[in-house]
Design a binder for this molecule. Structure first.
Ligand code: NAP
Length: 267
C-alpha cells in the first residue's frame, strides 16, 4: 500500500504535490539539489507528516518517487538508485529553457518520459501530474464523487506501476485515464489539447490585474473521463515538439515571479 511519497524537487510542483499528498494522509520525504538542511522552513510548514532527505533517502523511502525536477537535470539523477521503484515523472520538455535541447526529442524519436526511463535503470516510470500548472494542481483537486472533480491522464509501460500511481492521483483529488505507453505519451505532452489550458480558468478581458490573478487561481472547468479520453485519442503530434513560455498568459508569469520572490525571501 502506498504510504510514503518521495518527492525529488522542492520547487513549485514539488511543494504542490507535497501539500496534496499530506492532505490526503500520506507521509512525504522531500529533497532538492542543495541538501536537506535547506528544507527546514518548508518541512515546518508542511507539518509532522513531512521530512527532508537527500535524493537517495527520498528514493529509498518513497513507495512512489516523483520526479518534480526540470527534465534538463535528468543526467544528474542517480540512475542506479531507482531499480524496482514506481516513479511518477512530472517533468516536461521545454527546449530553450536553460538551453536544454535534444535532437532525438525534437525529431519525435522518443518522448521525454522514454528518455527519463532509459536513464533511470529498472525504474517503473509513469508520466503523470505533469499537464497542469502548480497553481491549478491544487485548485482543481476535489474528492471522489464531487461534481467538479476533473480528470488527469497518465502513461506508462508497467501495468502495476500505473495502477499504483493512478491510486495516488485519485486519492489526492482527480479521476485518472490511461493514455497508453511511454512511447504514446506524446499525446499528453506540452502543446497537446489536454496540456495546461484545459485546467486553467478563462480570465475575462477588461478585469483589473488583481481580479485577473484572483480568477486565474481558481479551478478550470472540469474535464470528464470521457472528454479526457477523446482529447487523448484525437491528439495530433505537436510540431515543433516541446513547450514554450511565450504562450503563457501574463497573469501566469506574474504569479510565477511572485512565488519565486516569496521563496527567495524564505530561504
Ligand atoms: N511549474 C509548473 O507549473 C509545472 C507544472 C507541471 C509540471 N512541471 C514540471 O515539473 C518540473 C519541475 O518544475 P518546477 O516549476 O517545480 O521547477 P522549479 O520550481 O524550478 O523546481 C525545481 C526543483 O528541482 C530541484 N532540482 C534540480 N536539479 C536537481 C537534482 N539534480 N537533484 C535534486 N533536485 C534537483 C531544484 O532544487 P533546488 O531547490 O535546490 O534548486 C528545485 O527544488 C519540470 O520538469 C516542469 O516541466 C511544472
Amino acid at each position: 500500500m502506498t504510504q510514503t511519497i518521495g518527492i525529488i524537487g522542492s520547487g513549485l510542483v514539488g511543494k504542490a504535490v507535497a501539500r496534496l499528498a499530506i492532505a490526503a494522509g500520506y507521509n512525504v520525504v522531500i529533497s532538492n539539489s542543495r541538501g536537506p538542511s535547506t528544507l527546514s522552513t518548508l518541512v515546518n510548514e508542511l507539518g509532522s507528516k513531512a521530512r527532508a532527505g537527500t535524493v537517495e533517502e527520498t528514493i529509498a523511502a518513497g513507495d512512489i518517487v516523483t520526479l518534480s525536477v526540470p527534465l534538463a537535470t535528468f543526467e544528474k539523477l542517480p540512475a542506479n538508485a531507482f531499480a524496482g521503484k514506481t516513479v511518477l515523472d512530472q517533468s516536461n520538455y521545454y527546449p530553450g529553457m536553460g538551453e536544454f535541447r535534444r535532437a532525438d526529442l525534437d525529431a519525435g524519436e522518443l518522448t521525454s518520459s522514454e528518455l527519463m526511463q532509459r536513464h533511470l535503470k529498472g525504474a517503473k516510470l509513469v508520466k503523470g501530474l505533469h499537464n497542469l500548472s502548480w497553481i491549478h494542481m491544487e485548485s482543481n483537486a476535489r474528492p471522489a464523487g464531487h461534481a467538479d472533480r476533473t480528470t488527469l491522464p497518465i502513461a506508462g509501460d508497467e501495468g502495476a506501476a500505473k495502477a499504483t500511481v493512478a491510486g495516488f492521483i485519485e486519492a489526492i483529488g482527480y479521476n485518472v485515464v490511461d493514455a497508453g505507453s511511454l512511447a504514446e505519451s506524446w499525446r499528453i505532452e506540452p502543446n497537446t489539447a489536454i496540456y495546461f489550458w484545459r485546467y486553467a480558468p478563462k480570465v475575462p478581458d477588461g478585469v483589473s490585474h488583481e481580479e485577473a490573478k484572483r480568477i486565474y487561481q481558481q479551478r478550470g472547468e472540469p474535464v470528464s473521463p470521457q472528454e479526457a479520453r477523446k482529447l487523448i485519442d484525437e491528439a495530433v503530434r505537436p510540431s515543433p515538439i516541446g513547450g514554450t513560455l511565450e504562450g503563457m498568459p501574463q497573469v501566469h508569469v506574474d504569479l510565477f515571479l511572485e512565488q519565486a520572490s516569496a521563496d527567495t525571501i524564505k530561504q
